[in-house]
Design a protein around this ligand. Structure first.
Ligand code: SAH
Ligand code: SF4
Length: 365
């Protein structure tokens, strides 16, 4: 049976309209339903005990709440407590992955209780970055607003804790799914829905200039991370086809414009790939770009993807690259990926599952 429309994608007016269609006009019913779902995170109509049984039955016959089901979990063995989970989308059995990072260890070694979730925005990705497992898949489809939010509900139930920080760094290009992303951001930040502050939300983009303009005008002050991975057009175009559509001459002015309107500094993500983008010329150009944008740089040693030729550079090459930036006054973080042992880079877990059918129950390919 096809999945019934999920209520997780609806704002207050839309919830009220859904109830009105069932003949329920009273606004306190909307408040009750909203409270069950968004304050109590109840995803089963039967448990909504202050709604009349007949209304619960009618809701259940027309709507669903959770649009996905967790089918696999992988906990990191490295002690980071990272948990990557794979979800089956009930609408068409497609698989997506999300990563739960339960607690960051503070500078003095203490663990804060904050939970960060890395969400996927699409099934696969149309952008085809040469190094990325999601890019290899091509785009299957974009996630609906309810499916974006459903990942947060699923994570909270796995972690037994509310999600505090959100990063859109899973599968897909969030700004290529802006039509569903913007309503999701409204629901996520609305104090009477998920109430996660915009400053706790980071959108990562490969440089979708058009989507960036729409994100800017929506008025939700999220943080921005940009997957740069090459500091000149020739290197960037070699590994990121998106650079041919929006080369640095278009991307950098768009980012300057973003910076002028944002309270937060931009993060430039830079994966170090051996022999591709790890030479001193690239670090010099990267210094200039970071200076121009007043950005910080997050250096990430490449996470090997099965059947792709790319390798991470030796650690001393990474360190040299990092010192080059720091010596020029660019704030720079360099870390070995948390959860490296559970294929933390986007698209890798799904890819492994679809290429080992013996392990899977429902496979869409
Ligand atoms: N499409 C968006 C968000 C998803 S990718 C974007 O590209 O920004 C999230 C991050 O993971 C990006 O910086 C991406 O370049 C990086 N990534 C992809 N494959 C990787 C790999 N094999 N190793 C390390 N990082 C990877
Ligand atoms: Fe898509 Fe981002 Fe992967 Fe590029 S890095 S293919 S934009 S998910």
């Amino acid at each position: 049976m096809a999945q019934l429309p999920s209520l997780l994608g609806l704002n207050r007016e839309q919830l009220a309209a859904a109830l009105a269609e069932l003949g329920e006009q009273k606004s306190f019913r909307t408040s009750q339903l909203q409270e069950w779902i968004w304050k109590k995170r109840v995803t089963d109509f039967e448990q909504m005990t202050n709604l009349p049984p007949d209304l619960r039955r009618q809701l259940a016959s027309r709507y669903s709440i959770m649009p996905l089901q967790v089918v696999e979990q992988h906990r990191s063995q490295s002690g980071s407590a990272t948990c990557k989970f794979l979800s089956r989308l009930l609408r068409d059995d497609e698989l997506i992955e999300s990563v739960l990072i339960p607690a960051a260890v503070g500078k003095d070694g203490d663990r804060s209780n904050r939970v960060t979730l890395c969400v996927s925005s699409q099934v696969g990705c149309a952008f085809g970055c040469r190094f990325c497992a999601s890019g290899l898949l091509g785009l299957k489809r974009s996630l609906t607003t309810a499916e974006l939010i459903g990942q947060i509900f699923a994570a909270e139930s796995l972690a037994c804790h509310r999600v505090d920080n959100l990063v859109f760094m899973g599968m897909g290009e969030p700004l290529a799914n802006i039509d569903n992303l913007l309503p999701a951001l409204h629901l996520i930040t609305d104090p009477s829905f998920l109430a996660i502050g915009a400053r706790h939300i980071t959108i990562s983009t490969s440089g979708h200039v058009q989507g960036l303009a729409r994100l800017k005008t929506c008025g939700i002050p999220v943080r921005l991370a940009v997957s740069l991975h090459g500091a000149t057009d020739d290197v960037r175009s070699q590994i990121m086809p998106v650079n041919r559509r929006w080369p640095l001459s278009e991307l950098l002015p768009a980012l300057e414009n973003w910076r002028r309107h944002s309270k937060h500094i931009i993060t430039l993500e830079y994966i170090l790939i051996s022999g591709v983008n790890d030479d001193p010329q690239q670090s010099e150009h990267l210094v200039n770009i970071a200076r121009r944008l007043h950005a910080k740089v997050n250096l990430i040693p490449y996470n090997k993807v099965e059947r792709l030729p790319w390798e991470r550079p030796e650690e001393d090459v990474c360190r040299r690259f990092c010192h080059e930036l720091i010596n020029h006054g660019i704030p720079c973080t360099f870390r070995y990926e948390k959860g490296h042992d559970i294929d933390a880079a986007c698209g890798q877990l799904r890819r492994r599952r679809i290429s080992s059918p013996a392990k899977s129950d429902k496979i869409s390919e």
